[in-house]
Design a protein around this ligand. Structure first.
Ligand SMILES: C[S@@+](CC[C@H](N)C(=O)[O-])C[C@H]1O[C@@H](n2cnc3c(N)ncnc32)[C@H](O)[C@@H]1O
Ligand code: SF4
Length: 284
């Protein structure tokens, strides 16, 4: 029985303040809805008594848009007191963080993982980090290719928060594919190849009290329900999507072997690409 995960994400909102082309959770298409935290926090408390998690990311969409972010951070910290907890943000709303949320980020030792989606934003976002958290002491600089901006810088602030700046100016294609009629369908890949290629394969998502294998299983049903006019997906693939079941507390309590449900390729992995092609992100 799995009772420990290295990493899990809390998916808390579909809303985003910008629209990045190819967003892997489709938040560029402006569909609505946010986690109703009050309805699920007790369920997450129970999860925490059965499952240790080393590293937790709280994201969306843009997590700084969730009106109850402070409560979410306080609760998640109290449920998993020893975990590394981060918010994953595009960084543009850092400058608008109010004093009570700032104090909550400091008190709960929350890491700020900022994916910079445009080179022009770097200075502005660094300045807002310094305004809120104090000076940035560089801890580590990782570059994938020398002299290429793609990579990660890690800082420690005066408030002792860790800040990670990821320079992400290129995205690979999402699960969505344009049809001849200018609608969207999903890929029809070899599911094992798609899984082996997938960069979300260990991004398990908590949402509405359950634990989903990936972000696609959380957001695809929601955007399909809210914007059916955007899609033209074969019935067989829709049926396959509907057959997906996340891991529930009941699974955990009954001692079910969760390894397969979380780590193995599943037929629904056919919705994602077998290979990635990258494009420069355009934002609006
Ligand atoms: C969906 S975003 C949500 C959090 C926040 N809005 C942000 O952009 O960081 C979560 C992570 O997914 C990454 N991401 C989104 N779409 C992607 C894609 N098509 N290819 C690669 N990474 C992607 C982002 O860079 C970010 O690190
Ligand atoms: S900032 Fe971009 S990648 Fe992040 S959720 Fe919004 S649209 Fe998606």
């Amino acid at each position: 029985m799995i009772n420990r995960l290295n990493y899990a994400e809390f998916y808390i909102t579909n809303h985003c303040n910008i629209s990045c082309s190819g967003c892997n959770r489709f938040n560029n298409y402006k569909f609505s809805g946010s986690e109703d935290w009050d309805s699920y926090c007790n369920i997450y408390k129970e999860w925490s008594s059965l499952l240790n998690i080393d590293h937790i990311a709280i994201l969306g969409g843009e997590p700084l848009l969730h009106p109850k972010l402070k409560q979410i951070l306080n609760d998640v910290r109290s449920f998993w007191p020893n975990a590394t907890i981060e918010i994953t943000t595009n960084g543009l709303l850092i400058e608008r963080i109010k004093p009570d949320l700032l104090q909550c980020l400091i008190d709960n030792n929350i890491q700020i993982y900022c994916s910079l989606h445009h080179p022009d934003w770097e200075e502005k976002i660094k300045k807002s980090m310094i305004d809120k958290f104090g000076n940035l002491e560089l801890l580590e600089k990782k570059r994938i290719i020398e002299n290429n901006p793609a990579g990660v810088d890690k800082f420690l602030t005066d408030t002792k928060n860790k800040i990670v700046l990821e320079y992400t100016y290129y995205f690979h294609q999402s699960a969505l594919v344009k049809t001849k009629n200018n609608k969207f369908t999903v890929h029809n890949s070899n599911y094992e190849k798609a899984h082996s290629n997938c960069d979300m394969k260990h991004s398990f998502h908590f949402f509405k009290g359950d634990l989903y294998k990936c972000g696609l299983m959380v957001t695809l049903p929601q955007i399909l329900e809210q914007k059916p006019e955007m899609f033209d997906i074969e019935k067989q693939q829709l049926n396959l999507l509907n057959e997906y079941t996340p891991v529930t507390l009941e699974h955990i309590k009954s001692g079910a072997d969760l390894h397969d449900m979380l780590y193995s390729p599943m037929p629904q992995c056919e919705f994602c690409p077998e290979e990635y092609h990258y494009h420069e992100i355009s934002t609006e």
